[in-house]
Design a protein around this ligand. Structure first.
Ligand code: HEC
Ligand code: HEC
Ligand code: HEC
Length: 426
């Protein structure tokens, strides 16, 4: 009787001790201290501010931290993730609602570890996985630039994350698994441009955030680096083996594309790539040239770059509806004699990545959403057609244009892709 009592008591004590150790471990993993608030610094060196402006541009900070119609860097842009909707925050130097009380060490910790000044975990939708690879100097310059800007009062919006992702400390487990990269060091055997390109791609440019496939909990699959991902219903195509494709990219084409030009043979960036390319266009051309140098050095591990979808040969399709729709809705801009093509020397649609890709998604997304103008430039704009074309019309148009571009490989999945895209945008 006594011995049984003793045994169960020892058992209970062991369980209690283990539980305390476990809780303590979890506490250590999930708790971060606050970093003391400071008075906003006000004097900065002009050269540093100029460098900082370029870092903020290369890091696309404004792309996520400015909502349409909102104030520069004041946050409030919704980011729709598979785990719920998250809003970017105010990174202007406002004392109450922005980062006005953040010291440089607090800012660095956020950029490298994803921890806010008060100690709370930030969601990895903020690409600190990549920013942690940036140099000390770049982070300090970005900090100076942000601190020198106008303070905007803009309180954070309420996130709508699903359970269990609404519990922020759980991000610590994600970090434990996926937060490993070190600040990038130059590779001695490679040119300065190549090293610069790699730095821009893997550090501030966070290209793999969209161009690598993600796993089930939203982390990049490092074994499939830059092998193609998807974002907001668009395909972000593979950035490896770009010079070895059936329709290869030249260096010149790639530099032009990265700076939002319309490039014969590949087209122009649309969708989520557009703001990225507009940022690059505002930087010196040497930055896009460096990126091209690096990307063109990445070989594809597969000998065939584009997988050919299997299509069942059916009866020859009738493309008269598609051809008619093209004449009425598109030819005014994209037809052979359209002023946009004759005056501006724009290439025809058939050689664009949108129409050459094995998936119809990017073509369909471009037509549904249109292509907005380049801010401050009088260039032509493509209107969105989501409301004016119904699904059958869109399907007929896509089949017709694909037939012009790739007669050997019709898109097999058109009506289901169109339905999926319409569902996703609801
Ligand atoms: C892909 C979108 C995206 C980009 C690009 C991005 N951010 Fe963010 N950032 C976010 C989101 C979303 C949050 C809020 C995360 C959260 O609440 O957990 C955030 C939070 C932050 C925070 C924490 C602010 C706070 O109030 O807690 C800082 C600092 C920050 N970002 C700085 C930057 C800088 C500097 C850049 C550019 C180098 C940048 N971000 C680029 C999405 C982005
Ligand atoms: C926010 C997501 C996102 C980020 C970040 C991003 N891209 Fe893209 N990228 C896309 C999408 C989507 C497309 C397809 C656009 C289209 O079809 O118009 C694309 C297309 C491209 C293409 C054309 C590929 C082809 O074969 O047609 C290149 C090149 C490219 N991106 C390079 C980059 C580089 C370099 C970076 C980093 C500096 C980068 N991207 C960052 C989403 C992104
Ligand atoms: C008012 C002029 C206008 C009309 C009408 C128009 N577009 Fe466009 N389209 C543009 C502009 C501008 C671009 C961006 C590329 C450029 O500047 O040449 C573009 C780009 C595209 C692209 C992306 C090509 C690339 O460079 O990657 C596709 C695909 C496209 N349009 C298809 C269509 C289709 C299909 C229609 C008819 C339903 C249509 N467009 C109607 C002006 C127009």
């Amino acid at each position: 009787m006594t011995s049984h009592f003793l045994k169960s008591r020892t058992l209970w004590i062991s369980v209690a001790v283990l539980a305390v150790i476990g809780l303590f471990g979890a506490f250590l993993l999930m708790w971060r201290p606050a970093i003391d608030p400071i008075e906003r610094p006000t004097t900065f060196d002009t050269a540093q501010l100029q460098r900082g402006a370029r870092v903020v541009e290369a890091g696309d900070c404004a792309v996520c931290h400015t909502r349409p119609g909102g104030e520069y860097l004041a946050g409030g842009l919704p980011l729709v993730t598979p785990f719920g909707t998250l809003f970017s925050t105010n990174i202007t130097p406002d004392k109450q609602t922005g980062i006005g009380q953040w010291s440089l060490p607090a800012f660095k910790r956020a950029m490298r570890q994803g921890i806010a000044r008060d100690g709370h975990f930030l969601y990895p939708a903020f690409p600190y996985v990549h920013y942690r690879r940036m140099s000390e100097g770049d982070i300090a310059d970005a900090y100076a630039y942000l601190m020198s800007g106008p303070a905007v009062h803009a309180p954070a919006l309420q996130n709508q994350m699903n359970f269990p992702m609404n519990i922020r400390p759980l991000v610590s487990f994600w970090n434990l698994l996926f937060l490993h990269g070190e600040p990038l060091k130059p590779v001695a055997e490679r040119s300065e441009a190549w090293n610069r390109g790699r730095y821009l791609v893997d550090g501030p440019g966070h290209c793999a955030g969209c161009h690598s496939p993600l796993n089930l909990i939203g982390a990049e699959k490092s074994s499939e680096y830059l092998q193609g991902g998807s974002v907001d219903g668009w395909n972000a195509l593979a950035l490896i083996g770009m010079g070895q494709r059936a329709n290869p990219w030249s260096r010149e084409q790639l530099v032009g594309y990265l700076r939002a030009d319309v490039v014969d043979g590949h087209g122009t960036p649309a969708g989520p790539m557009r703001p990225v390319s507009l940022s690059l266009a505002r930087l010196p051309a040497s930055e896009a040239e460096a990126i091209a140098e690096y990307l063109l050095s990445l070989q594809s591990p597969h000998s065939v770059t584009e997988t050919t979808p299997t299509t069942q040969p059916g009866p020859p399709a009738d493309h008269s509806t598609g051809a008619l729709l093209f004449t009425s809705a598109c030819a005014g801009c994209h037809g052979p004699a359209a002023p946009m093509r004759e005056i501006d020397g724009r290439p025809g649609l058939q050689n664009t990545s949108a129409l050459q890709a094995s998936s119809s998604r990017n073509f369909l997304k471009t037509v549904l959403e249109g292509v907005p103008a380049i801010p401050g430039s009088p260039g032509p704009v493509m209107p969105p057609f989501a409301a004016s074309l119904d699904s059958d019309q869109l399907g007929a148009l896509a089949a017709y244009l694909r037939q012009q571009a790739r007669p050997d490989q019709p898109w097999a999945d058109l009506s289901s892709t169109i339905e999926a895209l319409r569902q996703e945008t609801k």
